[in-house]
Design a protein. Structure first.
Length: 305
């Protein structure tokens, strides 16, 4: 009997000790690779930075049983994965890198590093008063695994953290409480999944609830924030923002966000650090071991959240 076939986006040796009982191939359909073994593959791990895939990819994979992403969000694949195929996300892979990016954006904005960088480019000495993070009230919207990692990195800076998730639980507020929580928050960090429920959540009405001078940090999905409404607040000078995600992506060169004042933009690099690969290889290796042993897989995506 032939062992089940697994397609990986990296050499199997990167897993260290690939689980036995499986066959492995390095295949990148997003780079135009679509060997005849597509008819045999049972478990497919797409590349992290995934380019366009052949439109008939899944139709040519009749034995496919599992798609294991290396991303926390699966909105880019959910509609394409055929019914009956299990979709698992990369929950846990990007906690460290994304939390570090969120903290970097918070500190860079509150401490005016972007302005100091422009002054350095001009060769001018421009001391400025900094707001800093100490004693600020930070609202984490989306207090799941990554939100918890962000909180652990924030607390040593002597700030106060308020937690928000889809549903209330002890110590955590519900998203429905946001209108009452926003007016007292100095910093709002978004780390929500991109779903129909979160699309456009931070629109003009929600942004208007934020206090004057507050900072909005988005490391979630670009469409969680209505870009035009955020631009209006930034143009007025009332809010600050630092975003690692935009809507759309890549951000077109003529998009108003590029010229919006009091805004720091990074190009969706929250998960792209050296911290990613050891954690990605570990998760994939553990999932493959479960699959080979006939055990239930983790990180199964069965709903919108």
């Amino acid at each position: 009997m032939t062992d089940p076939l697994v397609w990986l986006p990296f050499p199997p040796a990167d897993l260290g000790d690939p689980p036995g009982g499986l066959r492995y191939e390095l295949v990148r359909p997003d780079r135009g690779e679509l060997p005849e073994s597509a008819a045999e593959v049972e478990l497919f791990v797409p590349a992290y930075q995934l380019g366009p895939m052949p439109p008939d990819l899944f139709a040519r994979m009749p034995r496919l049983r599992v798609v294991q992403t290396m991303t926390a969000g699966v909105d880019h694949l959910r509609a394409s994965v055929p019914a009956g195929v299990l979709l698992c996300n990369g929950r846990g892979i990007h906690d460290t890198a994304t939390a570090e990016q969120a903290l970097t954006l918070v500190l860079a904005s509150l401490n005016r590093l972007q302005e100091f960088g422009h002054a350095q480019d001009r060769g001018t000495w421009e001391p400025r008063w900094r707001r800093g993070l100490a004693d600020r009230n930070v609202l984490i919207v989306g207090h799941g695994q990554i939100g918890s990692a962000i909180e652990r990195r924030l607390l040593p800076f002597e700030c106060e953290v308020t937690r928000v998730a889809r549903s209330a639980r002890p110590g955590v507020h519900a998203v429905a409480d946001l209108p009452d929580l926003l007016p007292s928050a100095d910093v709002v960090v978004l780390i929500l999944p991109g779903t129909a429920q979160t699309r456009g959540l931070f629109d003009a009405a929600m942004l208007a609830r934020m206090k004057d001078g507050a900072l909005l940090v988005n490391v979630a999905r670009g469409n969680v924030v209505v870009s035009a409404d955020l631009c209006a607040e930034l143009e007025s000078g009332r809010l600050y923002a630092a975003v690692d995600v935009t809507d759309p992506e890549p951000l077109p060169a003529d998009d108003p966000l590029w010229k919006a004042p009091q805004l720091l933009i990074t190009p969706h690099v929250g998960g792209a650090s050296a911290a990613m690969w050891p954690r990605a290889h570990r998760l994939v290796r553990e999932q493959l071991a479960r699959y080979a042993a006939g055990e239930p897989l983790v990180n199964q995506m069965t709903g919108d959240y």
